[in-house]
Design a protein around this ligand. Structure first.
Ligand code: NAG
Ligand code: NAG
Ligand code: NAG
Ligand code: NAG
Ligand code: NAG
Ligand code: NAG
Ligand code: NAG
Ligand code: NAG
Length: 360
């Protein structure tokens, strides 16, 4: 992590806030929230070179993201641009692979974020200023009080070369891989005895934003490696494909209480025939994640999925919903939010404020 020692404490604080800067519509630790729509299949694959249909299970939450021959293109043309997509489903422990080429450009951040309703978070962030490393990070239950969670593994010219960034997320550990090589492992007990360990159903959010926007706080700009010069635009990040293996397929995930513990999450299949292989069970199946390595009871008749076996992804997005690429939601990654984070606002407030600034 060559850039790290040079950073001030303030910069590190800002960096963590930036990474933690995400929002939730309803926090199950404080409120009673609707169930999350789950991914009912074990595997999911999006080939973003294949055209618009690749976005079928993705919601565009800011800007526009198109399919190109290099994959989904996330482009910043001018100040305020921060195109972002997120899966329209949640998954509960799993293996996720994103083939990405980060954007080049001072202060430009290419982000892959797993985010849950109670703000557990797992991150990859490419800082365009540094074309030789990538950042890994995590947060548990929105706890942003400590600033030592990020690591910066080296990677060869991430802005010029596609690399596969993967995470194997289980109830006992989170392991980050670059091109199949492990670069970090976080064990459950090492994250404040599990309290800071990401362990609730996540959706996947992918986007680009300008950490180096001049309106951002000093610490954020320092973390991003300097001020963004928009005359260098466009800044483009490409995501060729995304693979998700869901260790606990289900139609819905529901928080059973306000602990945010993975053992409290209830899994259910509410519809029959939600996938081609589900002919046998038309009744509602429910289950709760147990304490095994990767978690989980799938149903009352518990067949635990083997997390290690990575089946060949089916080359098609499981189509159920049609995505409306409306930008109705709030933006997850915004320069404005980065600035406000330094004023000490909570990430949720920051995001809501940022959304207002962007869309008003
Ligand atoms: C829950 O609400 C309290 C009071 O509004 C707030 O201080 C706290 O940060 C909230 N916790 C979460 C996890 O949202
Ligand atoms: C995406 O494609 C649409 C339709 O072809 C086009 O109007 C739009 O300008 C494109 N957006 C970007 C950012 O390339
Ligand atoms: C995706 O968009 C649909 C339609 O706007 C919405 O109902 C759903 O809640 C969104 N899902 C996520 C995970 O953002
Ligand atoms: C947040 O994390 C810090 C450091 O890991 C820990 O000291 C603190 O108790 C945690 N706060 C909560 C509310 O869990
Ligand atoms: C990472 O890359 C930097 C810049 O090339 C180099 O100085 C550093 O030694 C590398 N670190 C490791 C662990 O390879
Ligand atoms: C729901 O159905 C899927 C597909 O048939 C199956 O793999 C999964 O185990 C079921 N989940 C539960 C909680 O019953
Ligand atoms: C994920 O972790 C589980 C539990 O340690 C392990 O069994 C499995 O092989 C891992 N899968 C991958 C793809 O690394
Ligand atoms: C997916 O299918 C399309 C169309 O058949 C093909 O062009 C593409 O190479 C396939 N992608 C993968 C990763 O198999």
């Amino acid at each position: 992590m060559p850039s790290l020692p040079q950073l001030t404490v303030a910069a590190l604080a800002a960096a963590s806030l930036v990474a933690g800067q995400t929002y939730t519509d309803c926090n199950p630790l404080n409120e009673t929230c609707p169930s999350d729509t789950g991914l009912s299949s074990y595997s999911f694959f999006s080939d973003f070179t294949s055209g618009d249909s690749a976005f079928d299970r993705w919601n565009t939450t800011a800007g526009t993201v198109n399919s190109t021959s290099q994959g989904a293109a996330f482009i910043i043309n001018e100040q305020g641009d921060a195109p972002t997509i997120q899966t329209d489903f949640y998954f509960f422990f799993g293996y996720v692979e994103v083939k990405m080429k980060t954007a080049t450009g001072t202060g430009i951040i290419s982000s892959i974020v797993f985010e849950s309703d109670d703000l557990d978070e797992i991150d990859w962030e490419g800082i365009g200023t540094y074309n030789y490393e990538i950042e890994t990070n995590y947060f548990g239950k929105d706890n942003t009080t400590l600033y030592n969670r990020a690591t910066y593994p080296n990677v060869t010219t991430p802005s010029d070369t596609f690399h596969t960034y993967a995470v194997n997320w289980t109830s006992s550990a989170i392991e980050w891989f670059i091109d199949g090589v492990s670069v970090r492992t976080l064990y459950y007990e090492d994250a404040l005895d599990g309290k800071n360990f990401p362990q609730t159903p996540m959706n996947l959010r992918i986007g680009i934003w300008a950490g180096g926007d001049s309106s951002n706080g000093e610490g954020t700009i320092e973390w991003a490696g300097g001020e963004t010069d928009y005359s260098d635009a466009p800044f483009t990040m490409y995501v060729e494909s995304v693979k998700i293996i869901n260790y606990n397929p289900a139609d819905t995930y529901t928080y059973g209480d306000k602990t945010g513990d993975y053992t409290s999450i209830k899994l259910a299949n509410t519809t029959s025939g939600s996938s081609s292989s589900s002919s046998s069970s038309s009744s509602t199946g429910t289950g709760t994640a147990g304490g095994s390595t990767s978690a989980v009871g799938q149903s009352t008749t518990t067949t635990t999925p083997t997390p290690g076996t990575t089946p060949t992804p089916s080359n098609s997005t499981t189509s159920v919903s049609t995505s409306s690429a409306s930008s109705s939601g709030t933006s997850t990654f915004t320069a404005a939010a980065a600035g406000m984070a330094e004023l000490g606002m909570s990430p949720v407030v920051v995001l809501l404020s940022a959304a207002l600034m962007l869309f008003v």
